[in-house]
Structures are given as structure tokens and as C-alpha cells.
Design a protein around this ligand. Structure first.
Ligand code: ADP
Length: 245
């Protein structure tokens, strides 16, 4: 589903991702873990071309974009982006739209889909994330956990092949973390392909098929999540996990 090869990203002259290689199979859940500043968010944003890499290739589904020569065209960006849906740390809902308006907005504008059909689909996704009863509320009437669940439903509306989560629970109070993780776990059980940046190690051990441990812009260790997150081989991974436990 995703193949990343020799991906590089610089901000000005500073290399923040160096020769990143990894792949994600259909239906797999991959967690990106590592210390702050190691490049996890930048890598995730590159997959959605919110950041444009300086070299290497990304393939998602049937679309490959090569960044070695020239930056991608707008058309290529749109084509690659179509495969993924992104959920951010800070929800990013439209404050002046209700829950249902928030989630039908993108397909209404991008796909010019029928409003009634979208509302029906939106309702079923809101039910899936446990938010149907809040359908007519505005974001500021919701808790952070509820807003994040709406943001997940909104991303699912576009039927992405891959869901990308950037620290989806790190802005939440501890008691709200579980309700969001439960929704993500239920998506995993349904076979949704996902890449998740997270510091929730127990969640990652439970849900992820693969884990990539990043440090200083490189992938230090990758493999089955249970191995990387419970019995890592590399010293740097061991040290990182010890700090969290
Ligand atoms: P992580 O998600 O692992 O905390 P990031 O991907 O956010 O790491 O950051 C990786 C490195 O890139 C850091 O050194 C960070 O300061 C730098 N960085 C991230 N975004 C930008 C940006 N827009 N401009 C300049 N430097 C950035």
C-alpha cells in the first residue's frame, strides 16, 4: 500500500529525514515512535505531501512520486493525497460549522457529492465513532476527545486507503485518551491501513503490526511491533523505551 524509498527532507540546510525506507502492507498498522525532534511528524506529513521531500520516492496505492529531480506538480500532489486521510494532534475542526457540516464539507467541495447521500454516510460514521448524538453541536460544545473522534470521522468520509494519525491523543486530558484510542483500535480491527505517530507505547504494542523507531532523522530499528517495542535489539531503542517505563 505504501512504499517509501530513500526519502530525504531538509528544512533550509538542516537534514531532518535521511534516506528513509519502509513499507506498509494493506491492512497493516504501523506506529512511528521515537524521541521528540526525531522526525516522526515530518515523515508523516511527507506521506500526505504537507511537507515536500527533497529526494527519494513515495508510492501510495498506484501512484508513485519521485522527488529527486523537481518538486511535484499540483496534480501529482492531489493524486497522492487522495489515498490518505490525516488526523492531527489539534483536531482542526471548523469552529463555525456543526459536527455534521464539518464532516461533509470536504466531499461536498472536492467530490461534489450529493448532500443527502453524504449526510447518511456521515451519520453512519458518527455512529461508528460514538458521536451520532452530538451531530448538531458546534466543536466548542465538545470535549477534546469528542472533537478528535469527529476529526477521525471527517477523515474517513473521503474513504482513504490509508489513515495517518499525528499524535492523536497528545493534546487530550488523560481521561479522554482512551475513548480516542478505542476508536482507532476498532478501525484496526476492521483492517484499515494506518500509520500512527504515538507516545502511547501500550497502545502501540497492542494495536500495531509494525513499529519504526526513529532518532535524529533516521530509522534506527524497525520490525514487528512486539519485538521493536518490547525486545528491541538496538541500544538507542532500549534507552528510549526505558525512559518511558
Ligand atoms: P518529531 O515529530 O519526532 O518530534 P519533527 O518531525 O516535528 O519531530 O521535527 C524534526 C526536526 O525538524 C526537528 O529538529 C524540528 O525542529 C525540525 N522541524 C520540523 N518542522 C520544521 C519547520 N517547519 N521548519 C524548520 N524546522 C522544522
Amino acid at each position: 500500500m505504501i512504499t517509501v524509498s530513500k526519502l530525504n527532507k531538509k528544512f533550509d540546510q538542516t537534514t531532518v529525514l535521511e534516506s528513509i525506507d519502509f513499507s506498509v502492507n494493506k491492512g497493516e498498522v504501523v506506529c512511528l515512535v521515537g524521541p521528540s525532534g526525531s522526525g516522526k511528524t515530518t515523515l508523516l506529513r511527507c506521506l500526505n505531501l504537507l511537507e515536500i521531500p527533497n529526494g527519494g520516492t513515495i508510492t501510495i496505492g498506484d501512484k508513485t512520486v519521485n522527488f529527486d529531480q523537481a518538486p511535484p506538480s499540483k496534480k501529482e500532489i492531489a493524486q497522492l493525497r487522495r489515498y490518505s486521510g490525516m488526523v492531527f494532534q489539534g483536531f482542526h475542526l471548523f469552529p463555525h460549522k456543526t459536527v455534521i457540516e464539518n464532516i461533509i464539507e470536504a466531499p461536498l467541495v472536492v467530490k461534489k457529492a450529493n448532500r443527502k447521500t453524504l449526510i447518511d454516510k456521515g451519520k453512519s460514521l458518527l455512529e461508528k465513532v460514538g458521536m451520532l448524538e452530538h451531530i448538531a453541536k458546534y466543536p466548542d460544545a465538545l470535549s477534546g476527545g469528542q472533537q478528535q473522534r469527529v476529526a477521525i470521522a471527517r477523515a474517513l468520509m473521503m474513504e482513504p486507503e490509508v489513515m495517518l494519525f499525528d499524535e492523536p491523543t497528545s493534546a487530550l486530558d488523560p481521561q479522554l485518551v482512551k475513548e480516542v484510542l478505542r476508536v482507532i483500535e476498532s478501525l484496526a480491527k476492521e483492517g484499515q491501513t494506518m500509520v500512527i505517530v504515538t507516545h502511547e507505547m501500550n497502545f502501540a504494542r497492542r494495536v500495531a503490526d509494525k513499529a519504526l523507531f526513529m532518532d535524529d532523522g533516521i530509522i534506527v530499528e524497525d520490525g514487528p511491533a512486539k519485538e521493536v517495542l518490547s525486545q528491541p535489539e538496538k541500544e538507542r531503542t532500549k534507552q528510549f523505551l526505558q525512559l518511558l517505563d
